[in-house]
Design a protein around this ligand. Structure first.
Ligand SMILES: NC(=O)c1ccc[n+]([C@@H]2O[C@H](COP(=O)([O-])OP(=O)(O)OC[C@H]3O[C@@H](n4cnc5c(N)ncnc54)[C@H](O)[C@@H]3O)[C@@H](O)[C@H]2O)c1
Length: 390
């Protein structure tokens, strides 16, 4: 950062769901100034211009990379555009804040990793579990020796999340797109590399890919794991719910976490300490990531952001687990008509799990219209009060 500058300048590429969420956190942060936003969608650019009136909004990403005033670029489009953008960013000397996976194919991901590790630029990946307070509380508890020796890591993430047609195509089936986060979290807890695994999937509603998958196996250090991820959890339930947990078992004690997307509850049952902590879940924890990324650039070293290597390893294992599920035969239940019924319901949902981006835009527009109406009404009230006072 230029010493005379108050803030780091960042350009955002990809202004959909994640790009907008990142933008909100960057605007809240005292470290960052959002100076350019790029998206090929006119609707996204309209939202960008309203949200950040001071930013230059464009459909040409080259103008972001070539801007000498920009310190870092956020890459929040889909995986297929990421490799080209990462290479352009590194060539332009920008630090990069990128979404996962870093590319749409493994070969490309390893290529990106080599380029990133050969560069002196900081490249942070949004592996949000690594920014989560609840995982850090549990990992500290393990380090204190409260559960004895770590033996078993169990992680589950089941929601009525996005349906096959709604996902991010280049990111792959649910277990890769979303499941790689939990593959990464299990490796983070184990502090070791994956050694063996067996995966079982199930396909639903005649879709070709498993939409629920469970893998279990071992790490090099002898820790065992099971990871379950599925977007099949009660799509047509009258009142939707979910089942998300981390269950850590040691030779002497346990630690676990559940959440309801609003609050996370950590329960610690150690040799000396029993504690229950309930705090805000914090969605994707982007506030933590933008803060540590900014401070790292200023410090000239990584102060704790998730790295490309972690993302590539998690992505590779998630792909391999999907392949294993395929080899083990993923049976199919449900009919295409069930999928149609679910999709019809999701079209009318205004609040729910993993709603597609057109819904979010609808929701954003609805909120904007409501805010404008409220502001107008407040203005009218003030005007009436002034008239009455006069
Ligand atoms: N880390 C997480 O927890 C998490 C959660 C959700 C999504 N993601 C990742 O974030 C990325 C974006 O997901 P999303 O849900 O925001 O998707 P989205 O479809 O809502 O948004 C993508 C945006 O990128 C734009 N875009 C497409 N091609 C582009 C290009 N070449 N240059 C610039 N913009 C382009 C689209 O117009 C769209 O506005 C995906 O890679 C996904 O895997 C990560």
């Amino acid at each position: 950062m230029n010493e005379n500058k108050q803030k780091l300048n960042i350009g955002i590429i990809g202004f959909g769901r994640m790009g907008q969420k990142f933008c909100d956190e960057l605007l809240r942060s005292p470290l960052w100034s959002v100076t350019r936003i790029c998206d090929p969608s006119a609707e996204a650019r309209k939202i960008a211009a309203e949200k950040v009136p001071g930013a230059i909004v464009t459909s040409d990403d080259d103008t972001v990379f070539s801007d000498p005033a920009i310190d870092a670029v956020g890459l929040f489009a889909l995986a297929d555009s990421r490799p080209g953008q990462i290479m352009k960013g590194l060539a332009a000397g920008k630090h990069l804040l990128v979404e996962k996976p870093v590319a749409e194919s493994l070969e490309s991901e390893w290529e990106i990793l080599r380029a990133v590790e050969a560069s002196d630029r900081m490249v942070a990946v949004n592996l949000f579990n690594r920014s989560a307070w609840y995982h850090h509380v549990i990992m500290d508890f393990i380090k204190e020796g409260e559960i004895g020796e770590l033996a078993i890591v169990r992680i589950c993430h089941m929601t009525p999340g996005h349906m096959p047609q709604e996902g991010h195509g280049p990111e792959g089936p649910a277990f890769h797109d979303c499941g790689m986060h939990y593959v990464d979290a299990a490796r983070m807890y184990a502090g070791s590399e994956y050694k063996t695994f067996h995966a079982q999937g199930i396909r639903m509603w005649s879709h070709t890919d498993p939409w629920w998958l469970q893998a279990h196996g071992t790490f090099e250090n002898g820790v065992v794991f099971d990871v379950t991820q599925g977007f099949v959890y009660g799509h047509m339930a009258e009142k939707q719910t979910h089942n998300c947990y981390v269950d850590i078992i040691g030779t002497k004690g346990i630690a676990r976490m559940t959440h309801d997307f609003k609050d996370a509850t950590v329960e610690l049952h150690g040799i000396n300490r029993t504690e229950k902590i309930v705090k805000e879940f914090g969605d994707k924890k982007l506030d933590v990531l933008v803060d540590v990324f900014g401070r790292s650039i200023l410090a000239g070293r990584n102060l704790g952001f998730p790295e490309v290597r972690d993302s590539v390893i998690a992505s590779e294992l998630a792909w391999k687990m999907l392949e294993d599920a395929d080899r083990n035969g993923s049976p199919c239940v449900g009919r295409v008509e069930d999928m149609d019924e679910i999709m019809a319901r999701r079209r009318t949902l205004t609040n729910g799990y993993g709603l597609p981006v057109w819904k979010i835009f609808d929701e954003t527009n609805r909120k904007r219209a409501e805010a404008a109406a409220a502001a107008k009404a407040a203005g009218a009230e003030t005007a009436t009060a002034k008239t009455a006072g006069a």
